[in-house]
Design a protein around this ligand. Structure first.
Ligand code: DC
Length: 209
């Protein structure tokens, strides 16, 4: 079974993806990390993030072994990822890796922006996670502070809104729910309640198969 989870920045889709994968014994891929790794490779070279040729080269040389680098989680790298992910050729290079991951047994949960629409349009279950931007900013600020980083909630909110705009309005694979996606609004749910709601959606879909 393939479970696709999409949603905007800081919606909690990553945590949800990880928890669902654990619940069902499936593998989990946070696809944002792929774009973050491309951006970081460029940033580490001092390259201009708007250079499409270099971004494609970085995507072709992607090393999944480096996906665990904590620096990929920072806001700066996330912002860079939003820029490089708008290049159609960068996305094209990364499609096969994601589809292969999804296809390998025993099943997979992928989270991102275009999993249900582009990467796995035939996914068995699609969940589109949303939350109020203020709530997302609050959660992301608390997470950053827990990691010992300095975070200003208003700046985090501004970053989230800017990223939402860019991710929704890009020409290729824009952030939007697939027509057959189930929307899960977790603005008023804690992690446990969000996980329970997602499992209920998956179980409902399984019962219908
Ligand atoms: O989910 P995230 O914050 O780690 O994603 C970082 C950026 O990567 C996001 O702003 C847009 C891009 N992204 C994408 O274009 N497609 C995906 N499937 C996942 C992320």
């Amino acid at each position: 079974m393939i479970i696709a989870i999409d949603g905007p920045a800081a919606s909690g889709k990553g945590t949800l993806g990880k928890r669902l994968a654990h619940h069902y014994g499936y593998r989990h891929l946070d696809t944002g990390v792929i774009y973050r790794a491309v951006a970081y490779a460029m940033m580490a070279m001092g390259a201009d993030l708007n250079d499409e040729v270099l971004a494609v080269a970085a995507a072709l040389e992607l090393d999944p072994e480096k996906f665990g680098n904590p620096i990929l989680k920072t806001q700066q790298v996330g912002e860079g990822a939003s820029v490089v992910s708008a290049f159609p050729k960068v996305r094209e290079v990364l499609v096969n890796f994601q589809r292969q991951f999804a296809a390998d047994p025993p099943g997979a949960v992928l989270d991102g922006r275009d999993i249900g629409t582009v990467i796995c349009p035939d996914a068995d279950v699609k969940i589109f996670v949303v939350a109020d931007p203020r709530v997302r900013a609050r959660r992301r600020t608390l997470e950053a502070r827990a990691r010992g980083e300095v975070a200003d909630e208003e700046a985090v909110l501004a970053d989230i809104l800017k990223r939402d705009e860019r991710d929704k309005n890009r020409a290729v694979a824009p952030l939007r729910p697939a027509p057959d996606a189930h929307t899960l609004d977790n603005s008023n749910l804690d992690i446990e309640a969000g996980v329970r709601a997602a499992i209920a959606i998956v179980e409902q879909a399984r019962a219908k198969r």
